[in-house]
Ligand binder design. Sequence first.
Ligand code: ZN
Length: 236
Amino acid sequence: MDQDNYVACEVCDALHHKQHLIGVASARCTRCGSTLYRHVGLRSADRELAVAFAALITFVIANAFPIVELETNGLTTRTTLIGAVINLLNGDRTLIAAMVALATIVFPAIELMALIYLLLPLRLGHKPAGFDRVLRTVQAVRPWGMIEVFMLGVLITVVKMTSIARVIPEIAMFAFGALTFLSASLVTFDPRDLWDLADDTIVRLAALRANAARDATASTPAAAVPSSRDATTRPS
Ligand SMILES: [Zn+2]
């Protein structure tokens, strides 16, 4: 039995066979009427793609501009979050450095780029290579890229660095703040919805190809042998 084709009601546990929905729609439990699952339309995917792009730009800005001011040997230097992580590494705080790097740089970067890699080709009408594997990566990375972990990463950096550093309330700090809101919007998007979107894209492509093939077979003989058909259909 293919488990993916069945869905259990979260309220009353009734098991339902999963139907493929079209457009923006939701399936309801036949016993208690609660929502089983929803189907995203293309508009939702567009919104998500726009938010992912905005988040990626904000992410680059947040990491490109200095966020902390370090004071070493009476010399003050401004550094980015990556610089702060390197500073933590040099100060023998390997575990904290790794946590901050993963939560604030590595996981968000993977999730954002993977989402764009999946969404953009789907909107352009084709399924990207390695779709299943990339989508599984997004789902695996997601719990680590949640805002709470993200905020914790920033918090650890701030707390651990206050002894030797001062947080600069400038561009990078505001970008991180904005990124938190954008992430909050991205988490509302269920990566599983992308399976539906991919199915829709494939169905639509197949229909387009079938139409194109039908047009080709219909137009070729008509164009090639118009006279012979005329001769057979029209009695002289
Ligand atoms: Zn139910």
